[in-house]
Design a protein around this ligand. Structure first.
Ligand SMILES: O=P(O)(O)OC[C@H]1O[C@](O)(CO)[C@@H](O)[C@@H]1O
Length: 389
């Protein structure tokens, strides 16, 4: 009998460690940013201040009557009352974002209902020169022939994951650091054979960030549909704001609008995708699970059934990757395929590394990384393409 690999969950109580920095520095900064960027009334400012105060105290319960209170009560019961940094990192981050939405009355009826506290940051990104440059470059990408075009679209979707606003809050220089094109692991050669068995099948893309990353994801989706490599695509978005820049339906609409406004190939792609949404070839879905503090080992039955029929599930970003393999101190040489054998469909993970989890790295590469690039796991310069047929 073979046993599944095991590892200790990542917690944040080691001063100076990456997760410690997220919980003790980034989260307070984020509360400040939200408070500054939107003109919240006094009661909301007080709720945000109160959340800020709890961050170096005990983890508080969700208010009774809050949306999904019972679910969060179940997920949170083991950790309420302990220090934030002693709880599993994955759970603590997720719960922080849930409390932030509570503090800003996101789920309450009233004037602030459904107002995205991260909208100013997301909107600003849509006006950056970097995004304009990405949109302008699409004119060349659409002309690239089959394999070259697919590979360029995959690469753009991979590196688009660097554009993550939460990450930039605590590390503003992250975008200036050079990306390392030599991937830490690269299974991209497995992708064409996975897609090309006939007839074309269903592809699902579990999205990560809005803005630049979502533009790249939409270009990849368009490419798959236009070239007949996917018969239909399902795009999974977050049902509500999460981890600062995670993409919601509202963000999708903003991005499509920005692409239309750019003209050229960007406009053509947005026009095709809007038509695909109208005719059902591109389905946009949200599910509460994507904003839960759980790993994909706990995918609910409806999502498992849906993903099981996919030809390929594309999983974007760092957080989804942590949820896929488990947010634990794996030995980096642990096989990606072993950790993901439970997943109900063939999968492709596109991730730039922005947290400590690392798997599927061969031992020579690992030795080189450890000696020459000590920040490789967390500084956003390195990336992996992992596939499991
Ligand atoms: O947007 P992404 O790629 O999922 O990255 C989010 C990541 O940012 C962090 O919040 C901190 O870098 C990680 O904990 C998380 O995995």
């Amino acid at each position: 009998m073979t046993s599944s690999p095991q590892a200790e969950p990542i917690v944040s109580n080691e001063p100076g460690s990456f997760p410690w920095g997220v919980l003790t520095k980034r989260h307070p900064q984020l509360i400040e940013t939200v408070r500054r960027q939107l003109p919240y009334p006094p009661a909301t400012q007080e709720a945000l201040d109160s959340l800020l105060r709890t961050l170096d105290r005990a983890v508080p319960p969700l208010e009774p009557g809050a949306c999904d209170h019972q679910k969060w009560q179940d997920w949170s019961a083991p950790y309420l009352g302990m220090r934030w940094v002693d709880a599993p990192f994955l759970w603590a981050e997720s719960y922080f974002y849930r409390l932030l939405l509570c503090a800003t009355d996101y789920f309450e009826s009233g004037p602030w209902s459904g107002v995205d506290p991260f909208a100013p940051q997301k909107n600003a990104e849509l006006e950056t020169p970097e995004l304009s440059r990405d949109l302008g470059a699409l004119d060349r990408l659409v002309e690239a022939p089959g394999e070259v075009g697919l590979s360029a679209a995959l690469s753009a979707a991979l590196w688009g994951n660097r554009a993550d606003l939460g990450f930039r809050i605590s590390d503003p220089s992250a975008q200036e650091r050079q990306q390392v094109e030599d991937l830490v692991a690269d299974d991209s050669s497995l992708v064409p054979p996975l897609l090309d068995s006939r007839p074309a099948g269903q592809v699902h893309l579990i999205a990560d960030n809005a803005g630049r990353e979502l533009v790249a994801d939409l270009v990849l989706i368009d490419r798959l549909l236009v070239t007949g490599r996917a018969a239909e695509v399902t795009l999974h978005l977050k049902p509500y704001p999460y981890y600062v820049s995670d993409a919601t339906t509202q963000d999708l609409l903003m991005v499509l609008r920005r692409m239309h406004a750019a003209g050229g190939a960007a406009d053509d792609i947005a026009t095709r995708l809007a038509a695909n949404i109208r005719d059902g070839q591109l389905r946009v879905q949200t599910h509460g699970f994507w904003c839960s503090p759980l790993t994909f080992h706990d995918l609910p039955g409806d999502l498992t059934a849906e993903l099981a029929s996919a030809r390929l599930v594309i999983i974007k970003g760092d957080l989804n990757y942590r949820r896929l393999v488990g947010d634990a101190h794996w030995a980096p040489t642990t096989a990606f395929t072993d950790l993901t054998s439970y997943f109900p469909a063939p999968l492709l993970a596109l991730r730039t590394l922005k947290s400590d989890v690392a798997v599927g790295v061969n031992s020579e590469r690992l030795a080189r990384l450890e000696s020459s690039a000590p920040g490789w796991r967390t500084d956003g310069t390195h990336a992996v393409i992992h596939a499991r047929p």
